[in-house]
Design a protein around this ligand. Sequence first.
Ligand code: UD1
Ligand code: MG
Length: 434
Amino acid sequence: MNKQNISIVILAAGKGSRMKSSKAKVLHAISGKPMLYHIIKASREISDDITVVIAHQKEAVKEQMQAFFDDINFVVQDAQNFPGTGGAMKNVTPKNEKVLVLNGDMPLITSNALQGFLDTQADIIMSIFDLEDPSGYGRVVIKNNQVQYIVEQKDANEEELQTTTVNAGIYAFSKAVIEKYIPLLSNDNAQEEYYLTDVISMAKKDGLSIAPLLVDEEHFKGVNSKKDLADSEVIMQERIKTKWMEAGVVMQLPSTIYIDESVTFEGECLIENGCRLTGETLIVNSHIKASSVIEDSVVKNSDVGPMAHLRPASHIEDTHIGNYVEVKKSSLKGVKAGHLSYLGDAQIEEGTNIGAGTITCNYDGIKKYKTIIGKNVFIGSDSQLVAPVTIEDDVIIAAGTTVTSGKVGSGNLAINRTKMALVKDYYYRFFGTK
Ligand code: UD1
Ligand code: MG
């Protein structure tokens, strides 16, 4: 999409008290990224001049956004003296003649959904939608087919509360409108805040043109509570999964699968029900079986699960990972680890078989240590590999062995079981005969 001659201002300075959280509202995550990230991402597709207004937890908001974007302007709201969405606009000086103002709590917005604001001509273009349950939103009062004013729920009378047409929270103003009306806002209302929405009635009185743009909740939903957050997550997940299914990924019961927006797939992949894939995970030509969790890992030409857990920095290639196997910060290439294992800080080479119940003892309570296992090694079931340890190529570790030697040389068998005793007829002596 071409960048337009438009400035974008995103209001992200509010506390978000209805979230009932110590974290600033705009930092709450949708599909693994802060809400504000999604809004900036959509904005950058249509504009080069983006200003984010911050105040509450301003350092955290700025820092987290700068980790993703290096070309955003930040403006600090004097929230003490000028609280509210109108107060947030006070220090903003946009470059372009047309200014799009977005609430920072609308993570479902896309650049396509903003196109209507770019195509319409008026002094003010404002987004509206009709809702069966309008609660929480500002009501838009329309008379003679013309927008008259917006009234916030807390200030609305009985009749106004019945209105089901609501303000979606995105506006396009001419720069002149901002310069003229923002300084004129007052805080004479229920919340004693400077409402950006009051610009509408003032402009209307002065005979300016106000164009309402009918939008859909799917893109313009505001997130004020944890319930709104969960509802928005469902919509975002639907989008992410549809995108990947269209790209060729097979998903079984997709409504039970969760995928972060940063996850990528290549080639032919099959994801079974109940899987959770997060962070910078890359899945290539692989089959992820039911209820597996994969975090910040790479899986290539492999099958994983059911009920496997790949924790961050795992690199799995040409490998079979079976049920109840946990892998962390390890690379496995051409390996079979079929059942019930913990493989942490390990490097395991081609042709090696990890028996059921094998555990890398990578932690001594203070530090973590590496386990290196070479090619064509056979690790018998229920073995513990006490790290740091290197097991060279072509080694057999007998079932039940605890490897404590630090190194097992090529061609060796390691075995340290205690000798089994057979006590004749002990059963009958203990339990008696029938
Ligand atoms: C706002 C609108 C309401 C609309 C709804 C749509 C106003 C007065 N009301 O209400 O008409 O229906 O959005 O979702 O604008 N913010 C600041 N500084 C502040 C206060 C808020 O930057 O002092 C930011 C918040 O971080 C948030 C955005 O502005 O991203 C909207 O604030 P919020 O408190 O969610 O407004 P709503 O009550 O939802
Ligand atoms: Mg809101």
